[in-house]
Design a binder for this molecule. Structure first.
Ligand SMILES: [Zn+2]
Length: 431
């Protein structure tokens, strides 16, 4: 896996700054607002492990992070600081040679916590949001909420250089913002079943007795399926059904069988049909979307997810919004491809010059739906703390003894050699 060079340059972000640089609304700021902004910047802290020799570039990367964190803290209201651990290094030292050149960044929540949703299901929430809920008995948190990495070999454009972006360059500000939104929980983990993806399943995950789910507990082959926060709002655009209905059905497999889901028994079970249906949905254009809370019309209100890639691509399909629908709109940020030669400013202009910046109105609404507070929605939805499920832990114990590990290795190796958690590929030369 990822091996750090001997002396990574460690930089801790300076977090006290008063100047707002986003130019989002152009309004004058009173001294009260400035105080608020200064405090809000404490709410997003970045540690950059810059593993390249060029100190000037490291400073530029840090500068772009400052801009993004200033922007995100001007969009959402955080009550508890969020800490990001960022590595900037040559991806070809870690990723396969045929892939590393196309990757620019990746980010994921460092740890999840199982919380009880108001529909009775337990789902995995990212640490950054769980902290904001301020539960009386807070679990023990990781030092960092988000892990992120950026490819030093990407041809990034930095606004600070004050030169025009080239057709083959990617605006790092845009990429950082995209990745941090994943880190804040725009994240799921649907995975192809077997190397050739003959079906689609949620990730089996082991929930620790305190409700924590470190990354190493994901893809626990002896566990049942667990959804992520984002899955609660994922619906079929044909009829509005929650995708959770499929997860519920799939999990009935564990009522009838003691084996791992990666066993022949699963393929032969009646539940497998649901996993096959999910694969069809995930590879059929405009079939799944995110429905914001209090929506009146699921067709017009849904944020359409990326299901137009003909074969399911973990890290691209479903974890992004539909490229074709949104790349030319004010909600282009969470499409799976970036567009070289277009910086964030030009993308915003192209999308209609939205005053809120990179985080478009649909994305903002869905982040509010997840539970992030904003000025317009200061009291968002809050799930209940985790209750240790006695039945579920017994089931896990049983499964531990009966696991059939026959399919573990093909699946894991497939994930490692193709896509890890989030992958952004490039669309060269604009549109
Ligand atoms: Zn992404």
């Amino acid at each position: 896996m990822h091996v750090l060079p001997p002396s990574p340059l460690m930089i801790l972000q300076e977090i006290v700054e008063c100047n707002r640089n986003s130019g989002l609304d152009g309004t004058e700021t009173s001294s009260d607002t400035l105080l608020h902004q200064e405090a809000s910047q404490d709410m997003f802290q970045v540690q950059l492990n810059c593993e390249i020799e060029n100190k000037v570039t490291c400073d530029k990367v840090l500068g772009e992070f400052k801009k993004v964190t200033r922007y995100i803290t001007s969009t959402f209201i955080f009550n508890t600081p969020i800490k990001v651990n960022v590595s900037y290094y040559d991806f070809c030292t870690v990723y396969p040679a045929n892939l590393c050149g196309d990757l620019s960044g990746a980010a994921y929540p460092s740890q999840f916590y199982a919380l009880q949703d108001d529909d009775g299901l337990t789902r995995l929430y990212p640490q950054s949001l769980v902290k904001q809920f301020q539960f009386p008995n807070a679990p023990k948190y990781n030092e960092f909420d988000i892990n992120a990495e950026f490819n030093s070999k990407s041809n990034f454009w930095f606004e600070q250089d004050s030169i025009n972006i080239n057709p083959d360059q990617e605006d790092i500000y845009w990429t950082i913002c995209h990745e941090l939104i994943h880190g804040l929980g725009f994240y799921n983990s649907w995975m192809g079943f077997q190397t050739k993806s003959i079906a689609l399943i949620p990730t089996p995950a082991l929930i620790n007795p305190d409700g924590s789910v470190p990354k190493s507990n994901l893809l626990n082959t002896n566990s049942s399926f667990v959804e992520f926060m984002m899955d609660k709002y994922t619906i079929l655009l044909s009829n509005g059904t929650q995708i959770s209905a499929f997860t519920r059905q799939l999990n009935t497999f564990f009522n009838d069988h003691k084996s791992s889901v990666f066993s022949d028994e699963f393929i032969k079970s009646p539940q497998f049909k649901f996993a096959q249906d999910l694969l069809v949905l995930a590879t059929t254009p405009n079939s799944l979307g995110l429905l914001p809370r209090n929506s009146k019309n699921f067709l017009s209100d849904s944020f359409i997810l990326e299901t137009s890639i003909p074969t399911f691509e973990q890290g691209s399909s479903l974890i992004h919004v539909d490229f074709k629908t949104y790349i030319n709109t004010n909600d282009f940020l969470m499409t799976y491809r970036s567009v070289d030669g277009n910086n964030a400013e030009r993308m915003i202009l192209n999308g209609g010059n939205y005053s809120g910046g990179l985080i478009g109105p649909r994305l903002k609404l869905i982040m509010e739906t997840f539970g992030y507070a904003t000025t317009e929605n200061p009291n968002p939805y809050k799930p209940l703390p985790f209750k240790p499920p006695e039945v579920a832990s017994k089931k896990n114990e049983k499964n531990d003894h009966n696991a059939n590990t026959g399919y573990i290795y093909p699946i894991i190796s497939s994930i490692k050699t193709t896509h890890r958690w989030d992958v952004r590929s490039k669309l060269i030369s604009g549109f």
